[in-house]
Design a protein. Structure first.
Lengths: 347, 559
């Protein structure tokens, strides 16, 4: 099996992710700036009715109904702000201002008589204007507690540098996902929040698997002058790369299935909103666990005297080896100069 | 061991005939109402008030006979789920019950209470009103249970003259009045009827029947029925010992301007002061003026809340001016409680309706179908991918996924049957999303195994063991992160997020169980077969894949 695919298939791949971290930092910084700019320029996110407050009606599409007739029917029932959308292949979705129960019933009756849909088959939602605020408040609160808990756990299970790198990668994912939403104008609903929150778990999960390998590999470095922390971390990363890609693919596939079904069959709704957030978030998450979390970790670790000393020893050894046999190991000599501790995460 | 778990859960499922889990309302159709407490300082309300509110709403919902309705606390919100109900119906249950003042038309002891009827009731003594006297004397306990107290109270004007002692004495004299009409005599039931001897004129036969059927011993003492203010109504009092036939509502709770507990400045006795708005004041003056001259029990004015009579004092005089007070045997606690009830309805907190979501049965079915289809597609794609990439090893992965799916399904049915779990859309999404995470555990394990194999010096059997020891830690640490995420979200989030988190937590646990008790033993088992150990081309462990052109970077793998 030749070529890149064959190498991927065999798990035979060694890309210098960590050494080229300046590229990734630059890319991430660019994405972050674009995302934040998007949030500012577009004045935040396109919040769904659940956050603004309002009423939503869903009912089966009938042959006689068009956007205009639906709008007219609902309008005749005394409602003013009407948005009519096609939801999936078979439904209408009508969004209005917040209605009272009596008004909701009136609209349901009007739809029922006009289009012959049984009254109890017209789904409705009435959401108070403050409800969405409460949902997001709770979500943010949960997020903070979650981050603290994860920091504590990762510090306990690994070390604080890993905890910090993981959290930075996580914030990175969140901001970029929010940026995608800001630029694309996708509606943000509680289901989207749900997706955001899942991304957290997912992005960390991926980072944890990589870190576990790095911990194992670097633990064996000891005092030998074989390779620097940077090189070892990169090795660990390359090693888990296949796993990371496989895992991401395997995780994204079901989400893509939900997204597909949610969009085509059901249209607007929980399924679509959630899977869209997950889909975007997982793509970003996969990128960040490889190209952000580990490089940050390495940047943090290379500042430690222990690893700096090791880096010097390795550099000396490589320098002498290079003199002795220039032809023997060109691959190693080409490696990025070590001790690049001055690289700090650009945020 | 795993087999035992599966068998046990499978047996439970079969025994309980619960093959299909119960669905939440977003899948089965129905209305979900979220109530949020409104507090002055925006702080979370005390837990116990919230619990009390939940219980009261539950009683109210159950009282309407809607089966399978669920009332639960979700964070500081209250979630009411009513299957099959429309928005209108749901709203009725949720609205803070209105307080109503109704004239008492007839009164009787609740037949089904264990309290014995007093001896003088069957005697049919014409000297006493059959209902009023027993009610007072039937409650010998000095503790002043609500039954006794309610009759001992009086609505009096806050004028000094109001301090005149009302009740029992008053009840005896009008009782002698031969008011019952001959027509009523004919319909008068046997002597043990609680209504014997009472004037039943003007009482709707339907209400009479309702009164007869009324059982006050139920835990909610008949509370919870939405009383129509424009109809006569039969109700129990809150102690469940007395029942009443009440006239149409004379004054509605919306006409109440306020209520407060306080002490009488002259006697120091605890009272509840009630203020009416202008229309209510007029209505209240009218009704008190009209009934104060009537015989017992028709001179009593019942205060009905949530369908139950909380107090039914005798009206001694017309009370104009829109200000009344209720006195008689209150303590500070009971007076404040009554004042709160009058102010807020029975609920100890003020609630606003945050969201009312009604899902029609067709939309629910659509969502369920969508969820299941995407779940199936997701599962199949993942299995195909595992098979393509890992070949023979993929089969182990697929078997593990299948086992995980079975365990998940059984857990859901068992939880649904025994723990009131309702499968909803967020759960399904959570389960589908978790397919990836479950599959990842196998991937971590397999990749480790292949790493070991690549070094070439190990047989498959040892490679499995060595790889397992290393993969085990990774899987545990990674799953712990997921589990922490799930737990934090479950306890801190509201609404759908909590359901999603629950599904995630559940599958994480199942993942660990399946990997430890199924995948690993199965792997050890297949490692002994020729197919795998000899590196058959389709096993996923063939020599070509294991070969590494350069092995320089692999040295750190050695322990």
């Amino acid at each position: 099996m030749p070529g890149v695919i064959g190498r991927l298939y065999r798990g035979d791949i060694n890309i210098d992710f960590v050494g080229k971290r300046k590229i990734w930092y630059g890319l991430s910084a660019f994405l972050l700036i674009v995302s934040i700019a998007g949030l500012i320029i577009n004045q935040g996110l396109n919040l769904g009715v659940e956050f603004r407050g309002g009423s939503v009606f869903d009912f089966a599409r009938t042959p006689t109904s068009t956007v205009e007739t639906v709008r007219a029917t609902v309008g005749d029932a005394g409602v003013h702000q009407i948005i009519v959308q096609e939801a999936g292949t078979a439904n209408w979705r009508v969004t209005t201002e917040s209605l009272s129960t009596a008004e909701v019933t009136k609209v349901q009756k009007a739809i029922s008589t006009e289009f012959g849909v049984a009254e109890n088959q017209v789904s409705s939602q009435v959401i108070g204007a403050t409800w969405g605020g409460e949902v997001s408040e709770k979500a943010v609160y949960g997020l903070i507690v979650f981050m603290i808990a994860i920091m504590a756990y990762l510090t306990f299970a690994f070390e604080w540098q890993m905890a910090l790198a993981a959290i930075v990668a996580l914030l990175h994912d969140l901001v970029i996902t929010a940026g995608v939403y800001a630029w694309s104008g996708f509606e943000v609903t509680p289901a989207t929040m749900l997706g955001f929150l899942t991304i957290l778990g997912y992005s960390l999960y991926d980072a944890v698997v990589v870190f576990d390998m790095i911990k194992e590999v670097t633990g064996k470095l000891g005092t030998s002058a074989k390779m620097t922390y940077t090189q070892a971390a990169n090795n660990a990363l390359s090693h888990t790369l296949i796993r990371s890609l496989n895992t991401s693919l395997v995780a994204i596939l079901p989400v893509a299935a939900i997204l597909f079904i949610g969009t085509t069959l059901l249209g607007a709704g929980t399924l679509k909103d959630l899977s869209l957030a997950l889909f975007v978030g997982m793509l970003v998450g996969t990128y960040s666990s490889i190209c952000v979390a580990t490089p940050i970790l390495v940047s943090l670790k290379e500042r430690e005297p222990q690893w700096q000393a090791l880096a010097r020893r390795v550099a000396q050894r490589e320098a002498s080896e290079a003199k002795q046999a220039t032809a023997k190991s060109p691959a190693k000599a080409k490696k990025e100069p070590v001790g690049a501790a001055k690289d700090k995460p650009k945020k | 061991m795993l087999l035992a778990i599966i068998l046990a859960m499978g047996a439970a499922t079969i025994l309980q005939k619960a093959y299909i889990p119960k669905f939440g309302l977003d899948l089965a159709g129905g209305t979900t109402v979220t109530l949020s407490p409104e507090t002055l300082d925006n702080k979370a309300p005390p837990e116990e008030s919230l619990d009390r509110a939940v219980n009261i709403i539950r009683d109210r919902v159950n009282g309407t006979g809607i089966s399978d309705a669920q009332v639960a606390k979700s964070g500081s919100n209250i979630l009411i789920q009513i299957p099959g109900a429309g928005q209108e119906q749901a709203e009725k249950l949720v609205t803070t019950a209105e307080l109503r003042f109704r004239q008492v038309l007839a009164i009787g002891p609740a037949q089904d209470t264990p309290a014995p009827l007093p001896s003088d009731a069957p005697s049919g003594s014409p000297a006493a009103t059959p209902a009023a006297t027993p009610a007072v004397s039937a409650d010998p306990s000095p503790s002043g249970s609500p039954a006794g107290r309610s009759l001992a109270k009086a609505l009096t004007q806050p004028s000094p003259s109001g301090s005149a002692q009302p009740e029992p004495s008053a009840s005896a004299s009008p009782g002698a009045e031969p008011s019952p009409l001959p027509t009523d005599r004919g319909t008068t039931p046997p002597a043990d009827d609680p209504l014997a001897g009472q004037d039943l004129s003007g009482i709707d036969p339907a209400t009479l029947q309702q009164f007869k059927d009324l059982k006050c011993s139920a835990t909610n003492f008949g509370q919870g029925v939405q009383d129509d203010p424009n109809k006569q109504y039969a109700a129990c009092d809150t102690s469940g010992q007395i029942k009443y036939i009440l006239d149409k509502a004379a004054v509605k709770g919306t006409e109440l301007a306020g209520a407060s507990a306080g002490t009488d400045p002259t006697t120091g006795e605890w009272i509840v002061q009630v203020d009416f708005k202008s229309a209510g004041a007029t209505q209240f003056a009218d009704i008190t003026r009209r009934i104060t001259t009537l015989p017992q029990p028709r001179n009593q004015l019942a205060t009905v809340l949530d369908g139950a009579v909380i107090v039914a004092p005798t009206i001694n005089e017309a009370i104009p001016g829109g200000r009344a007070r209720i006195s008689g045997g209150f303590t500070q606690v009971t007076a404040s409680e009554l004042a709160d009830q009058l102010k807020y309805g029975a609920l100890p907190l003020k609630f606003k309706t945050s969201s009312v979501v009604t899902v029609s049965s067709t939309l629910g079915a659509d969502q369920l179908r969508g969820g299941l289809i995407s779940g199936a597609i997701g599962l199949v794609i993942v299995m195909l991918y595992l098979l393509l990439y890992y070949r023979g090893l993929g089969l182990v992965g697929i078997a593990s996924l299948a086992v995980a799916s079975i365990v998940t399904y059984l857990s859901v049915t068992v939880l649904s049957e025994n723990a009131g779990f309702r499968l909803s859309l967020p759960h399904i999404i959570g389960l589908v999303v978790s397919i990836g995470i479950t599959a990842d555990s196998f991937i971590v394990f397999f990749e480790r195994m292949r790493d070991e194999m690549k070094e070439g010096r190990r047989s498959l059997r040892t490679a499995v063991e060595v790889a397992w020891r290393r993969a085990r830690r990774t899987i545990l640490v990674a799953d712990a992160v997921m589990f922490i995420a799930a737990v934090v979200l479950f306890f801190l989030a509201v609404g759908d997020v909590a359901g999603f988190a629950f599904a995630m937590g559940l599958t994480t646990v199942i993942d660990v169980v399946v990997v430890f008790l199924f995948t690993k033993p199965l792997m050890s088992l297949v490692a002994r077969t020729k197919f795998f150990s000899k590196g058959h081309k389709l096993s996923g462990l063939d020599a070509e894949r294991m070969a590494r052109p350069e092995s320089s970077s692999q040295s750190f793998q050695e322990a």
